[in-house]
Design a protein around this ligand. Structure first.
Ligand code: AHR
Length: 513
């Protein structure tokens, strides 16, 4: 039997709500037909935004949303997206070569800010640090944040309908600058980061800058970038860094089959790649701390998720670039990744699932009037209780799963877990990673006791290939049960095969040794 000790006496830190963040890029069907349907649409909308999506997204407390890209940001001129909509230019979207779509610029700065306000999220803007100038970036910040009636750009914002400043706090200086964002070396990018940051400071000393870090394939970027950064830091005049961005996709570069067609071994292989997020976070954090021992730079995993690059079946065949169905496999992957972020909340300050709707690892699939919430949506719904809670250390003793792929033997754990406490409620999230076996899990609340009645929420399905589709939009939804802890500090629950489980228990006593 699996046993987990929840250490009520050992706190890891506070779970930043921004760990439950999202990503909206002008790519495929994310913005147009996804969040935005237009004010004149017959689809119910709030000022042009798909109403059902707005309401469902708000309900899961999205924290923060990154925009406008991704790669799209690297050819984006923010001035194309302001002013009367009918006068905005049609431009070539960064992704044009992939799907032949132009950019209408109907969703720009004002619209995106309105979307964030509708769903109660903080905006996180990614600046073009590749093809426009430092002054353009500085001017965008000025346009967004200068008080009413001050500068000409603030007046222009007012003329465009928003007298009050947007107060955008999070600014990513660039995107994937080692690749589509300009093919820079870490040292070159460090100069760019410094230049953009220093110049922009004149329009907002309290901005939270985020620097471009690596994806999992180029971990050494960090060492080189921070060697340079440290050198500049010593000389002075380097902007403070709030966060350092990491991108981590679970992709078909591993042997994980396609969306709906995979073997048991490929299920486990995908989970193994997902679990590797943890050493990636740890090693990246250590590299930063080695170069900058006393800094408080946090990690921002601002693109993550399962990306089936060799597209198989799509919910709307061929309609949107990178659109993919979501099943219990994506739900399990999302849940184990969120457990990793929770358990490293002393290092990870933000994370953004890629991407919100009709795209890579989406929470929604939208077509006409229908907006389907995927299995991963329900994971975010179950996990929202962790936001702002104190994450506790957990000690997991579970059996390992052994599988062979491409002639190589691998071991992975069969359970993923995180636990937090807030307002007297202990929340434990478990993922049973075994594809074919229910697991009895004994939970021991070390250093405390809970009430004799609690709630358990389970997301599972008879087949791990099940998901929510346009034909069956509610096939997989969470189910609630009442549970009764045995002796106040012990509880045994069954986690069905390939499932995500949330337990909520009222804490009666905490005994700190
Ligand atoms: O999310 C899709 C793309 O993946 C993003 O635009 C880019 O940053 C990454 O390579």
């Amino acid at each position: 039997m699996t046993s987990i000790s929840i250490r009520l006496d050992e706190e890891i830190g506070r779970i930043n709500p921004n760990i439950y963040g999202h990503f909206v890029e002008h790519l495929g069907g994310v913005v147009y037909d996804g969040i935005w349907v237009g004010e004149d649409s017959e689809i119910p909308n709030i000022h042009g935004f798909r109403q059902e999506l707005v309401e469902k997204l708000k309900a899961i407390q999205p924290g923060v949303i990154r925009w406008p890209g991704g790669c799209f940001a690297e050819t984006y001129d923010w001035r194309d997206g302001i002013g009367p909509r009918e006068q905005r230019p049609t431009t070539v979207n960064w992704w044009y070569m992939n799907d032949g779509k132009f950019e209408s610029n109907q969703v720009g700065t004002h619209e995106f800010i309105e979307f964030c306000r509708l769903v109660n999220a903080e905006p996180y803007f990614a600046v073009n640090a590749t093809t426009t100038t430092v002054l353009d970036a500085r001017n965008w910040i000025e346009y967004c944040n200068m008080p009413q009636g001050t500068t000409t750009l603030a007046q222009e914002r007012e003329k465009n309908g928003s007298p009050e400043p947007f107060n955008v706090k999070y600014w990513g200086l660039g995107n994937e600058n080692w690749g589509g964002g300009g093919c820079m070396t870490p040292e070159d990018y460090c100069h760019i980061y410094r230049k953009y940051g220093i110049i922009s400071k004149s329009v907002g000393p309290d901005l939270q800058y985020i620097a471009c870090g690596p994806y999992e394939g180029i971990p050494e970027w960090t060492e080189k970038f921070f060697n340079k950064y440290q050198e500049m830091y010593t000389v002075g005049r380097i902007p403070p860094m709030f966060g350092y961005s990491l991108h981590y996709y679970v992709t078909n570069s591993g042997n994980m089959g396609s969306e709906l067609d995979y073997t048991d071994a490929q299920w486990y292989e995908m989970i193994r790649i997902g679990l590797d997020m943890e050493p990636f976070i740890q090693s990246q954090y250590e590299m930063i701390r080695t170069a900058m021992p006393s800094s408080s730079i946090g990690l921002i995993v601002d693109e993550w998720g399962v990306w089936h690059l060799q597209n198989g079946k799509h919910p709307l065949p061929g309609k949107y670039l990178f659109e993919q169905p979501s099943t219990m496999r994506e739900a399990v992957l999302a849940a184990l990744s969120l457990n990793i972020f929770n358990n490293h909340c002393d290092k990870v300050v933000m994370a953004n699932l890629a991407q919100l709707v009709n795209c890579i690892h989406s929470l929604f699939l939208a077509k006409g009037n229908t907006c389907v919430a995927t299995t991963s949506y329900y994971v975010f719904d179950m996990y929202k209780i962790h936001q702002n809670a104190i994450c506790l250390k957990t000690e997991v003793d579970c059996k390992n799963i052994t599988y062979t792929i491409d002639g190589e033997l691998h071991y992975i754990p069969s359970i993923s877990c995180s636990a937090s406490v807030k307002d007297g409620i202990l929340a434990i999230t478990l993922v049973n990673l075994a594809i074919d076996e229910d697991q009895e899990v004994k939970l021991d609340l070390y250093g405390g006791q809970c009430a004799r009645e609690g709630t358990m929420v389970v997301l599972s399905s008879s087949s791990h290939k099940d998901g929510n589709t346009f034909e069956e939009p509610y096939k997989v939804t969470p189910v609630k049960h009442i549970v009764s802890p045995d002796v106040g500090s012990e509880l045994t629950v069954t986690a069905p095969k390939a499932s995500v489980v949330l337990l909520m228990l009222n804490i009666l006593k905490i005994r700190i040794a």
